[in-house]
Design a protein around this ligand. Structure first.
Ligand SMILES: Cc1ncc(COP(=O)(O)O)c(C=O)c1O
Length: 383
């Protein structure tokens, strides 16, 4: 239809003028290497923090499950897609997270888009950190609740919003990333848990980037001695675990409720059996090899220290360059030096904070990290 194509064309033109148009680039991955446009680059733009997506045991588990069960699940989990492998995966996740039960969704995005609207509705209040992942904001919007964003990691601001808006609302939810996806810092979970308790609110942490990396692999609620009481521990199996899918660890009652009420659980096909088997094998590595699990954070710290940046709190280290054009240019400079570090631009990050986002993995050699830091210091930061 002409009007439809005109609409898309005009929007693309606007994005082109602002240098904000994005398009997928064909990228073949092999371990820590990425091949793009015929070039082999050392990749610092991958969330496979433990390189488990290519671990022999994970690959073998997926292959065995494929040979035995086939590929697709065939239906949603409430119809015939609830494969026997789910039990092993969910009980392992619940054990790792110290929760009574767990429910696996099709992806992390689907998890938040299902969990949040199942818990909150038009009579309720949701507070979110302004830098929370897009799927938290999407879930909050879908719920129809009154949504307020507090300033990034600012518990006093969250408290002020709670004090101003809690009265008259039936239920309240606070939702935050555990490790912020574009900044790499930890959320103030202990203080948020206290705030939640004071106002009879429920705390949800999205540990997409903390699970398998911080807190001995158990995630951001486990980073400081005694675990923080987070009743809704959500995360993904697509990053450190090396597979795919999302999860919620919570009480038995909450999980049973999700399985009968979360629309993205009910109305979406179950995960392919090889993916479930791969996730179980990935979790086995995470539980069995704490030294290996500690490597991405150690490497991120090494890089941050070399550049005199604040100490890394996760495997993610941002170097904020400001404008979109500068971030794109910096990414090109690094590509010329043999590194893949994708520029992150608005709307993924706030305007004026375009950046290079460095993600460290267990198998990145220290010597390459040092060379990367040298290149960033001299060619991007010009120090
Ligand atoms: C904080 C956060 N939550 C959720 C997601 C979505 O997870 P998934 O890729 O499994 O949909 C991501 C990944 O991009 C993320 O960074």
């Amino acid at each position: 239809m002409r009007s439809l194509d005109e609409f898309a064309g005009e929007k693309l033109g606007e994005l082109d003028r602002a240098q904000l148009r994005r398009a997928p680039v064909v990228t073949a991955r092999a371990g820590i290497w990425a091949e793009r446009d015929g070039r082999r680059l050392l990749s610092f733009s991958c969330n496979d923090y433990l390189n488990l997506s290519q671990h022999p045991a994970v690959i073998a588990a997926a292959m065995e499950a494929t040979a035995r069960y086939g590929v697709g699940a065939g239906a949603s989990r409430l119809v015939t897609g609830n494969h026997p492998l789910y039990g092993a995966l969910e009980s392992r996740l619940a054990r790792l997270k110290g929760s009574e039960a767990c429910c696996v969704f099709g992806s992390g995005y689907l998890a938040n888009a299902g969990i949040i609207p199942a818990l909150a509705g038009p009579d309720d209040l949701i507070l979110t950190d302004e830098l929370s992942h897009a799927c938290i904001h999407a879930g909050a919007k879908l719920s129809g609740a009154a949504v307020h964003r507090y300033r990034h990691a600012d518990v006093a601001d969250a408290e002020a919003l709670m004090a101003a808006h809690r009265a008259g609302k039936r239920r309240a939810l606070i939702a935050t990333d555990g490790v912020f996806s574009m900044d790499g810092n930890l959320a103030p979970l202990a203080a948020l848990a206290k705030l939640a308790q004071r106002f009879d609110a429920w705390l949800l942490s999205d540990d997409a980037h903390g699970f398998g990396v911080v807190g001995g692999g158990r995630g951001s609620s486990f980073t400081n001695g005694a675990p923080v009481d987070v009743p809704l521990q959500m995360g993904t199996l697509s990053k450190a675990v090396g597979a795919y899918g999302g999860y919620l660890c919570a009480s038995r009652a909450v999980i049973d409720f999700m399985q009968t009420r979360a629309r993205t659980f009910i109305y979406s096909t179950g995960l392919p059996p090889p993916v479930i088997a791969a996730a179980i094998a990935g979790l086995e590595v995470i539980e069995g090899d704490p030294a290996y699990v500690g490597e991405p954070l150690r490497k991120a710290k090494l890089f941050a220290r070399a550049l005199n940046l604040p100490e890394a709190q996760s495997a993610i280290v941002p170097v904020i360059v400001g404008e979109t054009e500068a971030a794109l240019k910096a990414s090109e400079l690094l590509r010329d030096e043999g590194f893949l570090v994708v520029a992150i631009r608005p709307p993924t990050v706030p305007a004026g904070t375009a950046r290079l986002r460095f993600a460290f993995t267990a198998l990145h050699p220290d010597a390459d990290i040092e060379r990367l830091a040298d290149v960033v210091r001299m060619r991007v930061l010009r120090r």
